[in-house]
Design a protein around this ligand. Structure first.
Ligand code: ATP
Ligand code: MG
Length: 238
C-alpha cells in the first residue's frame, strides 16, 4: 500500500470531524472517496497531507509514518495535491503555476528534468500550451481545473489526492476531467479521488469508500458500490 490511514480521529474544537477512519490506496489504483457535503472528505485529505492535526491514529506513506510530519515534508516524499477550489496562483501565468508545481523538486536539483516534464504536460493538456502566458485567474473553470491537475503532476508525485475536481463544471467538461483521470490511471498513476459525482467517480475507480458524518460507512470495489442499493439511493439518484 502506498497510503495507509489507520483509525484516525480529527477534531475541530469539540467537534469530531473524523471518527476512526481507515483507508488505503495501493500503487496504480484509483480509489474513490464519496460522501455528501460536510461528510469530512476534505478533512480526510487535509489529514493525510498534514494540514490538520490527528488526535489519534496513524498515517503511513510507503510504509513510513507521516502522521506528525509537516506539509512540505509530506509533499516532498511524493504526495501531490489537487485541492478543493483549485487554489491556483491566479495572477501568475499558466507556465509559472506549472513551474511552482515543480518547486519542491527544483530544490532537489532536478531542474533539467522540469522542461522535459512540461512537454509531457502539454501533450496531456494541449489547451494549457495554447494559454501558456495567460494568467491563471482568466482561464475558464475547466481550464483552471486542468491546470490544477497539471501543477500537481509537475511535482512527479507517487500518489495524487484530488478533492472534487469536477465540482462546478459543465457536464462536457466533467467528462473531459474524468478522461484525464482515466489517462493518468493508464499511465500507472495512483489517485485518491474525492468526489460528489459518485456516478462518474465509481465508474472511473477500482475501489471506493463512502464517508458519512465522519465515518466510513461502506467500502468495496467500485463495481460492488455501483450495485449497492443504499449507494444507489443516496448517491446515484436511482
Ligand atoms: N476549519 C474548520 N473549523 C471548524 N469546523 C470545520 C473546519 N473545516 C471543516 N469543518 C467542519 O467539519 C465537517 C467536515 O468538513 P469537510 O470540509 O471535511 O467536508 P466535505 O466532505 O469536504 O464537504 P464538501 O463536500 O462540502 O466539500 C463539516 O461539518 C465542517 O463544517
Ligand atoms: Mg470538501
Amino acid at each position: 500500500m502506498i497510503i495507509e490511514v489507520k483509525n484516525i480521529d480529527v477534531f475541530y474544537g469539540n467537534i469530531r470531524a473524523l471518527k476512526k477512519v481507515s483507508l488505503s490506496v495501493d500503487r496504480g489504483e484509483i480509489v474513490a472517496l464519496i460522501g455528501g457535503n460536510g461528510a469530512g472528505k476534505s478533512t480526510l485529505m487535509k489529514a493525510i497531507v498534514g494540514l490538520v492535526q490527528k488526535r489519534s491514529g496513524t498515517i503511513l506513506f510507503e510504509g513510513r509514518p507521516i502522521t506528525a510530519k509537516a506539509v512540505a515534508e509530506i509533499m516532498r516524499l511524493g504526495l501531490g495535491v489537487v485541492p478543493e477550489g483549485r487554489r491556483l496562483f491566479k495572477p501568475l501565468s499558466v507556465i509559472d503555476n506549472l513551474r511552482l508545481g515543480a518547486y519542491l523538486r527544483i530544490t532537489n536539483r532536478q531542474r533539467h528534468q522540469v522542461q522535459k516534464d512540461l512537454e509531457g504536460i502539454f501533450r496531456l493538456f494541449p489547451v494549457l500550451k495554447e494559454r501558456i502566458r495567460q494568467s491563471a485567474g482568466t482561464l475558464s473553470g475547466g481550464e483552471q481545473q486542468m491546470l490544477a491537475i497539471a501543477r500537481a503532476l509537475m511535482g512527479q508525485p507517487k500518489a495524487i489526492l484530488m478533492d472534487e475536481p469536477s465540482t462546478g463544471l459543465a457536464p462536457i467538461i466533467v467528462r473531459e476531467i474524468f478522461q484525464v483521470i482515466n489517462r493518468l490511471k493508464s499511465e500507472g498513476n495512483t489517485i485518491l479521488l474525492i468526489e460528489q459525482n459518485a456516478s462518474m467517480a465509481l465508474r472511473t475507480s477500482d475501489r471506493a469508500y463512502v464517508l458519512e458524518s465522519g465515518q466510513i460507512s461502506l467500502e468495496g470495489t467500485a463495481k460492488e458500490l455501483l450495485e449497492d442499493d443504499s449507494v444507489r439511493r443516496a448517491y446515484l439518484g436511482v
